[in-house]
Design a protein around this ligand. Structure first.
Ligand SMILES: N[C@@H](CCC(=O)N[C@@H](CS)C(=O)NCC(=O)O)C(=O)O
Length: 226
């Protein structure tokens, strides 16, 4: 299987295992679209626990989406996938060239990927519900707490380092993480009004077709608005 990118070049065959509502998959869709790559989507309905089907676990032992099949490997973890994309398809770059700038961009990505999102991932929320009798309002409060802690720091960092986008004046890997995280924050009814810099970056990023096309509602498996 192969596809054509926006420039009309034939790209290698890429299969993205994802789910429309998955924030981590949304990150990779933004990256793939920014690179102008064609890819085939295989949906795994997380509400039906499809990620734990033996066939998928065999392919992707952590039973999480996104998982990207390339001609040579099965890649997991959105951060690793986006780094692979940037190394394999360097233009347009998702990471700056300068080592200090690269470290700062990676640090902002990790703030979301490591210190916010894992705390409100589906399996964590299911555990809170099943083992600790947490109700939806408590789950929302739990998620909001971690989102707010991360966004407070990120708002400061983006004010310091951003210039239209989160880092400088060009879209970078940070937006691959920020846009889905803002979307999740709304699902957990987080008050986003204190994060005006993050919201300004979001509206700039959402003006790009590549980012719009990655939105959950635009996916073939989307069945209702979030
Ligand atoms: N750290 C992983 C997180 C992946 C992840 O948590 N994916 C979620 C959807 S956003 C998932 O597959 N959840 C299934 C579950 O919790 O059982 C990454 O960045 O790719």
């Amino acid at each position: 299987m192969s596809g054509k990118n926006y420039a009309g070049e034939v790209s290698m065959s890429l299969i993205l295992h994802d789910y429309w509502r998955s924030g981590a998959s949304y990150r990779v869709r933004i990256g793939l679209n920014l690179k102008g790559l064609a890819y085939t989507q295989v949906s795994h309905d997380l509400r039906l626990n499809a990620q734990n089907a033996p066939e998928f676990v065999n392919l992707s032992p952590q039973a999480l989406v996104p998982t990207l099949e390339t001609p040579k490997a099965v890649l997991t973890q959105s951060l690793a996938i986006l780094e692979w994309l940037d190394e394999t398809y360097p233009t347009p770059a998702l990471l700056p060239q300068d080592p200090d700038a690269r470290a700062m961009v990676r640090s902002m990505c990790a703030l979301i990927a490591c210190d916010i999102h894992p705390l409100h991932n589906l399996r964590v929320l299911k555990t809170l519900e099943r083992d600790f009798d947490a109700r939806q309002t408590q789950l929302d409060m739990w998620a909001q707490g971690w989102i707010i802690a991360g966004f407070k720091a990120l708002e400061t960092l983006v004010r310091r380092h951003g210039d239209g986008f989160s880092f400088g004046s060009q879209i970078t890997m940070v937006e691959c993480f920020l846009i889905p995280q803002l979307n999740s924050a709304r699902r957990f009814k987080t008050d986003l009004s204190p994060y005006e810099t993050l919201l300004a970056v979001e509206s700039k990023a959402l003006s790009l077709r590549a980012v719009q096309k990655a939105h959950p509602d635009q996916q073939p498996d989307a069945d209702k608005p979030i």
